[in-house]
Design a protein around this ligand. Structure first.
Ligand SMILES: Cc1cc2nc3c(=O)[nH]c(=O)nc-3n(C[C@H](O)[C@H](O)[C@H](O)COP(=O)(O)OP(=O)(O)OC[C@H]3O[C@@H](n4cnc5c(N)ncnc54)[C@H](O)[C@@H]3O)c2cc1C
Length: 390
């Protein structure tokens, strides 16, 4: 295991960090072609898709092992994609591995695992609250052997260049239980009626390819009835299965970001003279930020690993409270550490010469995506209070 971890660490340092300037300067086409060559190299090195079962071409790591790898890859914004374990593909692969039909596995999972295609997931809609995933306008109506899908989604991450989207649509509006009205349906993005309206500009960046968030219109989109994952009405249950482990994947990636930001902060503090002979590292405020950041990162890692261990042992639904707690807590730690690291760098911190400002913009969403902080706090407190009779 240690050998593997060193290999990942060295690869990130030697191959990926030097390419980050292409991302920071929005040279997406050149970046994609360079990363594509590196992905081939990663496969040859046997480091591809670490969490996937061996029989599907991965390394067969369990959740806790993958958590350690995810932290290392998180040190670069290019890490997870290069090793084919980036969101949303990782969640879709996990979902299809467990719940996909044989045909779905052959047509969609296999090329996704091979890194030949990319995918996305379309749940959230502009006119409905994403925090309440049981309330959707998008519908899928069975017409003969086909689902006919109509609606509008947004924040479909990575839709630009994706080959298929797993769409959440209401198939059973008559059912009283609101958790059983929607379904997940696979839609190839070249299906007539599937239209990417725009890549949504976020914090000044339009994004492209695997760094895009799209708004998508579905107008009479017809797909085979075989494209439904599991049964009509299973969408919410599948979303929960998909999102639980996904949140921990994000958390371990965020710890990787925190560690890189921490390194940059400490190095800058030591190197930057504020007076002849006196550096930023001599200032009590800066020392306090360094100590606070260290404590926050280390304690968060312990929470995240404890949660990963529980998922390995008892499954994601048994770890719901832990998942909620680490999700909102670590998102806050991430923003704290990035903010301090930027502050220590002064003006340099908000330039695109180093990745801190990219992460500060890009990861502000961490407190919102996969459930906003407030929703996770409510969910965790609800579970905790049950033990007290609430
Ligand atoms: C970077 C990014 C990537 C994303 N990628 C995807 C994707 O690939 N696919 C996809 O389908 N979606 C994606 N999303 C959408 C994401 O899941 C939603 O933004 C999220 O679920 C919140 O929904 P909303 O934005 O509609 O906010 P709303 O539901 O409108 O909530 C707004 C705010 O209200 C507060 N709030 C909401 N409910 C409660 C409550 N019960 N109690 C207290 N406060 C509350 C919270 O502060 C919340 O931030 C992405 C979002 C971001 C930012």
């Amino acid at each position: 295991m240690k050998d593997y971890l060193d290999q990942y660490r060295i690869f990130v340092q030697v191959e990926l960090i030097p390419l980050e300037s292409l991302l920071l300067n929005h040279q997406y086409d050149e970046l994609e072609s360079k990363i594509s060559a590196l992905r081939t190299q990663v496969k040859e090195m046997g480091l591809w898709a670490p969490y996937l079962p061996k029989e599907h071409g991965g390394m067969g790591m369990h959740f806790l092992e993958f958590a350690a790898v995810s932290e290392i890859l998180g040190a670069s914004p290019l890490g997870h994609y290069t090793f084919n374990c980036q969101a949303p593909d990782i969640g879709n692969m996990e979902l299809l591995t467990i719940f996909g039909s044989d045909t779905q596995k052959e047509n969609y999972l296999k090329p996704l695992m091979g890194g030949e295609i990319r995918s996305c997931i379309g749940m959230v809609e502009p006119d409905r609250p994403g925090s309440n995933p049981t309330w959707l306008d998008t519908t899928a109506v069975l017409d003969g052997d086909e689902w006919v899908i109509n609606g509008r989604k947004w924040f479909t991450s990575c839709v630009d260049g994706a080959s298929f989207c797993i769409v959440m649509a209401v198939t059973n509006p008559e059912v009283e239980n609101r958790y059983k009205r929607a379904s997940m349906i696979i839609v190839p993005t070249n299906t007539p009626g599937f239209e990417i309206v725009r890549n949504i500009p976020i914090m000044g960046e339009k994004g492209q390819g695997f760094f895009s968030h799209g708004e998508v219109q579905y107008t009479d989109v017809r797909v085979s009835k075989e494209n439904i994952i599991q049964n009509p009405g299973d969408g919410f249950r599948l979303a929960q299965e998909r999102l639980g482990p996904g949140r921990i994947h994000h958390c371990m990636r965020w710890i990787g970001i925190c560690e890189r930001a921490f390194d940059l902060m400490c190095q800058r503090a030591v190197d930057r003279e504020v007076n002849p002979g006196a550096t930023l590292a001599d200032q009590p405020t800066i020392r306090s930020w360094i100590a606070e950041s260290r404590a926050e990162i280390d304690s968060s890692r312990m929470l995240a690993l404890a949660c990963a261990k529980k998922i390995d042992k008892k499954g994601a639904s048994a770890a719901r409270t832990e998942i909620s707690i680490i999700k909102f807590h670590l998102a806050k730690v991430l923003m704290n550490v990035l903010d301090r690291a930027i502050q220590v760098h002064g003006a340099l911190g908000i330039t695109d010469d180093i990745p801190l400002s990219f992460w500060y913009r890009h990861e502000r969403g961490s407190r919102i995506y996969d459930g906003p902080d407030e929703v996770h706090k409510l969910a965790a407190a609800k579970q905790i209070l049950k033990k007290y009779g609430a």
